[in-house]
Design a protein around this ligand. Sequence first.
Ligand SMILES: Cc1cc2nc3c(=O)[nH]c(=O)nc-3n(C[C@H](O)[C@H](O)[C@H](O)COP(=O)(O)OP(=O)(O)OC[C@H]3O[C@@H](n4cnc5c(N)ncnc54)[C@H](O)[C@@H]3O)c2cc1C
Length: 861
Amino acid sequence: MKSHAKAVVIGGGVVGCSVLYHLAKAGWTDIMLIERSELTSGSSWHAAGGFHTLNGDPNVAKLQAYTVQLYREIEELSGQSCSLHLTGGVMMADTPERMDFLRLAHAKGRYLGMDTELITPSEAKAMFPLMDETNFVGAMWDPVEGHLDPSGTTHAYAKAARKLGAEIVLRNRVVELTQEVDGTWNVVTEQGTVKAEHVVNCGGLWAREIGRMVGVELPLLAMEHMYLLTEPMPEVEEFNKSTGREMIGVMDFKGEIYTRQERNGILLGTYEKACKPWSPVNTPWDFGHELLQPDIDRIAPSLEIGFKHFPGIEKAGIKQIINGPFTFALDGNPLVGPVQGLTNFWCACAVMAGFSQGGGVGLALSNWMVHGDPGFDVWGMDVARFGEWATLRYTNAKVRENYSRRFSIRFPNEELPAARPAQTTPLYDTMLANNAVMGDSWGLETPLWFAPKGTEPNDIVSFHRSNDFGPIGEEVRATREKVGVTEIANFAKYEVSGPGSEDLLNRLMTNRMPKTGRIVLTPMLNEFGRLIGDFTIAKAGEERFMIWSSSAAQKYHMRWFEKHLPKDGPGASQVRIHRFDQTLVGLSIAGPKSRDLLQKLVDADISTKAFRFMDFREMAVGGAPCMVNRITYTGDLGYEIWMAPAYQRLVYKAIKDAGEAFGLVDFGMRALLSMRLEKNFPTWFRELRPIYGPFEGAMDRFVKLEKNDFIGRDAAAREQAEGPKLRRVSFIVDAADADVMGDEPIWAKVGGKDYGTVEKPHGYGAARFDTNGKEVRGSRAAEGASAVRGIVDGDWRVVGWVTSGGYAHYVQKSMAQGYVPAALAADESAGLFEIEILGSRRPARINVEPPFDPSGEKMRA
Ligand SMILES: Cc1cc2nc3c(=O)[nH]c(=O)nc-3n(C[C@H](O)[C@H](O)[C@H](O)COP(=O)(O)OP(=O)(O)OC[C@H]3O[C@@H](n4cnc5c(N)ncnc54)[C@H](O)[C@@H]3O)c2cc1C
């Protein structure tokens, strides 16, 4: 074993071997993988080997498609077969709601380059005759599904990596990790210590233990998982003989089961409701190539549904039940990337579908390590997406919830109950007393809307407008016409201070920093000129800035800030970045009467001239020391008021008492989001994401190319000079009783005209391989963009995708935001666009100016 390596990958499961292969392919050959036992000694050896491309997050779906396409490549390079069976598969819907879900998934596929097809139950039965089709209302066919040999596939990655120069050390456990002052890692193993620049945690079932070696508790948990194998079945053999084909894979939502052919019998796996964590606190080091005791009682309810839906299987004898553990993060997606607070410590763990996702995870992580950036929009699997609140017990509750709902529909207005409430503000009980329907916002309980007195504060979950529609409308109208108050504790809040802080922010942000007492809005870009943040920044004093942004991005942004803290130069290390989390909470008041209301609570003069739009001021509100921004996300006259939690009840009471005379109402997050829609305001993670440039995102006025050199400036200048290819726009949609949710296709009647872009980008800059596995550099089309197929309908073509939307209650319009080719972005003609909502194409019209207060008069008043 060598004593130095550029990178050490810990763990020889499918994920570790994929990461090793991708690092070697990207040109790092001084790398090694260290495995405790033999390759596949964790979950990988007993996996059912199924793969598919479908994922709730389109960006993760795209990386899954890449994984599937990669298998041929590693087979060729390694000479090792993966035993690929590309059978295709169907998802079966047993209710109209589940069919709506499939329609949505199919619509997304239109711009993701997926060839899915909606089919009837009888058509599904023709491909899988063991089902009783009368149990179902419809199905979706996906040709890119199948199964493979898990062990062969892991070895194929390993052999291919070896061929490219990587070293693999077996039967050698990593027992300790320490870091030198210069950042070098000491990887202490049973066979000695390796000095490494980078360490990658691919420990699978032991990923938590490896995390703990560096003081990190990773939010993942192993769950027991069972699948059964039947004896050979004559029906299967007969089908194979008569059609010359293998039976397809089937996913059944109702039973939370999947099934497919295995040799000449059937494999059926369950995600049972009564699920069971495995080794919830520590994973034993002596666990190896063993299986767990099957527990037929636990899966009996799933089997009952399975046998009813697939009576052909019930008749077969069960040959074996496999029970093995594998790991999940809270939302079922992997944990990938550099861990905030550490240098060169990387994660690729909690990969619950290693054979669907392993390739994409390896590609993104190797890009990140080699080129400093994943090259794809990997937010859906970024290890930074969970906060400190995701403790061991929180994770346990959420993972069990996620497992038991593996194939369940998550409705757009559905809040999941497990592990809640976690964090609460001092107003939590008051909000419950006000009949608030609460939601989870990055681990914090946040009021979503207020149910009328005497009614149950619950959402009726639906893809259509629901019981919140009326009350939200009232909250919006009362705010727009009088005044409303809402909690905004769920925003991210930071303070950057000390000598050098203004220089740092000027280097990170695209906009000029404000003068003392003023506020600016500013995007933040990566080196490739792509959007990685959107901030409100106030200059609170000399070398002191207050910053607000998206709650969920707190660790993601802290990781970026820390990476770019100046390391050299006089005074450089004096910049301090503090994340407040819930040590700073807030309230926002908005509406035409908000100034009159606030004036009752403060001694300062807050008239239009004395406290202008986009001013920041520290002042006492209702007797409590606060910071006040004259700006709100409602786009109306309004204020954000920030205080220590100890004062929040005092300020709220003062607002409520004084507000009575002005007709004050409480409003929730959903009303706030409705109001931002009618102002055409974008949201982070929806409209603004790392796959878009600032000009594509219509953030032009916040990008000051001439101010100073900032990160991403050159790329942004190029984007401006060449002109953005895509453009964010707002639509008014002629919707019926359902509004867009996000990810719907946008159709345009373009006739024979070619607007160039009908592709959703997934990769950028550092993406050295497109999602078809070909090496590419440069052009947007080759940067992993989805090729759109099968989307021409006469003169109509899919030209874009929705990012978010809903009902704009004050202007009484259904609205959507999304991206279309820039050449179409200013065309407000009627009849040009349609947006597909739940399978029905609805007329839509671009609305360049926001329908509410287009001149901004009200917010500047
Ligand atoms: C019953 C069952 C069915 C499944 N079916 C499917 C399926 O159909 N499709 C699918 O995609 N996925 C399936 N999975 C999930 C799949 O197995 C996992 O996604 C995948 O194996 C995860 O791989 P990994 O490399 O992350 O982890 P693991 O396979 O757990 O590998 C981790 C490796 O790290 C090594 N290691 C840990 N700590 C150390 C250390 N300190 N030093 C050195 N080495 C260390 C371990 O020995 C192990 O070999 C199934 C899992 C089970 C249990």
